[in-house]
Design a protein around this ligand. Sequence first.
Ligand code: MLT
Length: 379
Amino acid sequence: MGMAQRSGGLTLHSAGAGPNRDRPYGWHASAASPALSGWSHRHVLDLASFSVADFTTVLELAQRFRSLPVASGARKLPALQGRLLTTLFFEPSTRTRSSFELAARRLSADVQSFSPASSALSKGESLLDTARTYVAMGAELLVVRHRCAGVPRSLALGLEACGARVAVLNAGDGLHSHPSQGLLDLFTLARHFEPTQPRPASLQGRRIAIVGDILHSRVARSNLWALTACGADVVLCAPATLLPDAFADFVQAPPPGQALDPVVGRGRVTISRSLEQALPGVDAVMALRLQKERMQQQLVTSFASYHRHYGLSHERLALCGRPVPLLHPGPVNRGVEISGALLDDPAISLVEEQVRNGIPVRMALLYLMVASEGSGAAI
Ligand code: MLT
C-alpha cells in the first residue's frame, strides 16, 4: 500500500517509490476524492457559473499536472486511455486547438479533429447532427469553437435533449466566453504571485489592468468573471469605442441566465480611458488584441495612433510604479498592443508562460470532465 497525500482538494495515492508499469508516476486520483466528487460541471461553457471552490480545484489539479514529467511531454499519463475527445473548431485557432489536443494526448485520450471545410456541413447537415455523428463514434467530450455566441450551449442542450452522454467544452464562442483561456490566465497570475501554491486567494486584493479591445474580447469577459471571483479588482482601459461604459457593471449578481451568483463578494470593476490613470499601483497588466475581424466599423483611427495612446512599452509599464508582469492571450499584433522589445523581455512578458500553462490547465479540465465521469482513472 502506498502513502496517501493531499494536494489541496485532491487526494493522491502514492504507489511507492519510482515509476511502475501500471502507475507510471506512482500516482492516482481516487474517484471518491473531494475534488472529483465536488466537481459539478458536466459542461464547461463559461466562468460565470464557477464558484471559488471550482477555481481552486482547477488550479490545484493544473499545478499537480504541471509538476509531473508529463507536462514537458516526457511521458504520458494513462488517465483518459480509450476515451475519445473531438475538437470541433469553426473558427481559426493556433493555440487553443493544439493545446487541447496535446493535453488530451498527454492523458492518453484518442483525439479526432473536425474540419468544417471538408465536412458534411457544406452538404447541409446541421451542426447538431454533425455533433451527434461524433458522439455515435464514441466521443465523450466535444471541444467547440464557433464565431457565434451561444453555439456551445445550444449544442450541449441539444445533445442532452437527445440523450447523448457527452460533455461540451466551450473553446471560444463569439464575444461571449473563452473559459479555458480565462483559467490559464488565472493560473499564470496565481503562479506568478504564489509559484508553489497557486490558488484563488493568490489574487485576493490584487489590482489587474486589462488594456485593449475589450468590447470584442471573450477573453476579457472570462477574465472578468474569474478575477473578480478570486477577489481581484479589475481596471479596464481602452477608448470608448472599444470599451462602452456599461462594462463597469459587467459582473453583476446574479450573472445573466443564472438564478444565483456562486461567488459571494466579487472584486470591483472600474473603467479608465488612459494608461496614465489606469496603471499606477496595478499588480499585473493584460493586453488584448485589436480584433479587426470582429469590428463592424473603423473603431480606431489607425494602429499607429492606437499604439501611441494605448500601446504598452517598457516606458509605459513604468507607470505602474514597480515591476509587474505582462500577459496577452495571443495572437499579438506586435508593435500595436505591445512593443516588440517588451513582448520579448523574459523578465516581464508572461506570454509564452501562458501558452505553456495552457496545457496543464486543459489537462485539468479534461480530467475533471471526463475521468471523473468514469472509473476514477489513474493519473
Ligand atoms: C480568442 O480566441 O479569443 C483569442 O484567444 C484571443 C484573440 O483572438 O485575440
